[in-house]
Design a binder for this molecule. Structure first.
Ligand code: SF4
Length: 374
């Protein structure tokens, strides 16, 4: 299949692996963070780590929207459904993420709350059209990739006069998280401790929207190279080689490996939509990273009547993790999933203790799915 098979070619992969081995300086270690959970899964699914020399290490980042959503936001969504009796529409992965008091959206649904799994924002709109007597809330999550469809849903609701539709907005912004992780590299202890990194494999789908320009602050402020990488195994390997070459040459700049989809400016139409419908949150909590200024979006005043948090207020929750769950450290790249004592024992995809084991983009789920055990 065009654009798939050619980026999974074994002969080319072995050639790239030879180049990486030849060019990686044996006297040093290369710690490369793949920001996206999609990259983490590609790395393990295709055995990319096994093709790397021992001194080229992948550090897994927080690029999984389900994983970074703090427990308090799920608690609030459950409270909206239970206390206000709304129909809450959300994506499948989120249903099983543990919330407070051993609850989850799935358990709340089993106890009678009207919580429905959807595949797209259009499904939520369709539910609202079909049931005008119900208040339908879209539990919107995701990075910049999924934000424009939420903006379209809000504009559609306004154009159609859908008074029973609103959005519980949890869209987060990639550059703020990346900056936090690079800042944390100097913290060596406590729950803000970070990890030293030599380079970043930049998000691919997010970058189709925001463009490679959005990462130019990383070399400028932190002196680290960024390569925007596609999601296929050869994309990842070529991006690793590009990072190694920059590091060896003492360079730090943004390069774009994923030129078949990403431009420097990104998708200006999508950006304009986002700017019309959303505003930056002053601060927003991320699992593992804490409260980060300007790291998420809220609904703009002009669309306030579609803001579920204004329509259906609930008490703010407080976030914590299930005892023993190391998701915050996994999301900061400080720990690997197998460092968690619960991995594969108490915590499995059938019985997840943390978001990183639930989500199809979570690092713990990747280790489990592709047989990475100590
Ligand atoms: Fe949390 Fe489970 Fe991952 Fe441990 S293995 S960090 S409990 S999700």
């Amino acid at each position: 299949m065009k654009y798939i098979d050619e980026f999974r070619d074994g002969t080319l992969a072995r050639g790239l692996a030879r180049s990486i081995s030849a060019e990686a300086d044996p006297a040093r270690t290369y710690r490369l963070m793949e920001f996206c959970g999609g990259h983490t899964h590609a790395i393990f699914r295709y055995g990319v780590q096994d093709l790397m020399p021992a001194n080229v290490r992948f550090v897994h980042g927080p690029g999984c929207p389900v994983c970074v959503l703090p427990m308090a936001r799920i608690d609030q969504a459950i409270a909206m459904a239970v206390e206000h009796g709304v129909t809450l529409c959300t994506y499948g992965d989120l249903m099983r993420v543990p919330a407070s008091e051993r609850k989850s959206l799935l358990k709340a649904k089993a106890e009678g709350a009207d919580i429905r799994m959807i595949y797209s924002t259009q499904d939520a709109l369709a539910i609202a059209r079909k049931a005008p007597e119900r208040q339908v809330v879209l539990f919107a999550i995701g990075f910049e990739t999924t934000t424009p469809p939420t903006a379209v849903a809000l504009k559609t609701a306004r154009a159609e006069g859908l008074e029973n539709f609103s959005v519980y907005c949890n869209h987060v912004l990639t550059p703020a998280a990346l900056g936090t992780i690079l800042n944390a590299a100097n913290e060596t202890s406590g729950d803000k401790a970070g990890v030293q990194l030599d380079g970043i494999l930049g998000p691919s789908h997010v970058s189709t929207v925001i463009g490679s320009r959005s990462y130019e602050c990383v070399p400028a402020e932190f002196g680290k190279p960024v390569v925007i990488a596609g999601f296929e195994p050869l994309d990842v390997m070529q991006s690793v080689l590009m990072l190694i070459r920059q590091i060896n040459n003492g360079q730090a700049q943004v390069e774009n490996q994923y030129t078949r989809a990403v431009t420097r400016d990104g998708n200006r139409k999508a950006q304009a939509l986002m700017a019309e419908v959303f505003r930056p949150h002053e601060t927003f909590e991320w699992r593992g990273l804490g409260f980060l200024p300007g790291s998420a979006l809220r609904i703009a005043e002009a669309y306030a009547e579609f803001d579920a948090e204004q329509r259906f207020p609930v008490a703010p929750g407080s976030s914590r993790e299930i005892k023993g769950c190391e998701c915050p450290s996994v999301l900061r790249g400080v720990m690997e999933p197998t460092d968690c004592k619960l991995f594969g024992t108490v915590c499995t995809p059938e019985n997840p203790m943390g978001a990183c084991m639930v989500s199809s983009e979570g690092a713990c789920a990747a280790y489990w799915s592709y047989g990475r055990f100590r």
